[in-house]
Design a protein around this ligand. Sequence first.
Ligand SMILES: Cc1ncc(COP(=O)(O)O)c(C=O)c1O
Length: 402
Amino acid sequence: MNPLVSGLAPPPAATVMAGYRQALPLLDLTVGTPWYGPPEAFLAAVRECAQSRGDERTQYDVYAPAQGAAELRDEICRLYRRAYNLTLDPEQILVTHGATGAVWTAILALSGTDDEILLPDPCYTLYEPIVTILGRRPVRVAGSEADNFLLDPETVARAIGPGTALLVLNSPVNPTGAMYDQARLAELVAVTHTAGVHIVHDEVLDCFARRQPHIPVLAVADQGIIAVNSLSKRLGITGWRIGWLAGDPSLVAVATRVHPLTSIAVNHIGQVAGAAALAAPDHDRMVTDRSIQVATAGAAFLESLRTVPGFARGLSLPDGGVYAFVDVRAVPDALTIETGSEPVDVAVTRALRDRYGIATLPGSVFGPSGTGRIRISLAVSPSRLIEAAHRLAGDEANRRSS
Ligand SMILES: Cc1ncc(COP(=O)(O)O)c(C=O)c1O
């Protein structure tokens, strides 16, 4: 067995759900899979590809081009142009197995064994195990709580050492929902460029930007930058595994040599259907509408949560993304939860699960800075959020009357 595997923590969502024995059905608020399914344009293209016969049929049954289907790479370029006024050539796009496959490929292609990879703290739970399993060294860079845990360029500069190869940046941020503005990105680019460190920018939540526009790092600099994205959240197709990396042509060229070694190519029908969905005339409107729906349901849920004792502190809809990163440090006292020797976020997560049947993730699984918070997905169905709000409110009413 690879000795690096034995050191990996078990998947946090599975750990949180394991051993639930209460009578209430468990409401899963751990996952960021959006409740809306694929748009009709995607499904229609899947049907068409699956039913096509003869040469066309053969085309979809064999390996897709290693760099990705031409129609998808063209549509991704059009998307960057429409959304961000960025001009990319299809040669600058590599189609991968979701954004996760793009992060994996970028790290494998752009760093060497034992290199240091800077990761924000807190950050998406898969970055650190990917870095570790690839034999690189994860170095956490903590943002300050007062600054919404965003990375401070000076702190990043101090974290860069002779062995640093990459900074993995994510905006809007999973788990916090915070977003980087142009000025901060420009400073981060300046400190990393000076040190010869490349940036991998995970933008998978870019279509959930609320209080400020999403700024791709690629809009700030084109050298030394790899953008990572996918259709998972944008189209509600996390299961189809259609993602990409894009940017600096010399870096994409290296990634394009590496990716076929992991899996040859990404499934062809998903790529063709993804292209059709991106090209649909109502695509941009639909994505905006869905983002507003997620925000509306999320805001209503958080408003209910504010009425539960202990939860009031600073609770508001984050600037972007599909999660709320909620401060629960006052919750054990307010709801009489025994924490014992456990971190407060772990104890609160367990109590929410066992008292209310609501599964959330403890903030500490996103890194040490997340201790004292829990992550709640706002992208689950509005009905599930409403049911969760009812359970919390009902339990509170019972508690007061007892
Ligand atoms: C920041 C971030 N990156 C990547 C992913 C995974 O995306 P994909 O399904 O495209 O691999 C997620 C999923 O929640 C995420 O939050």
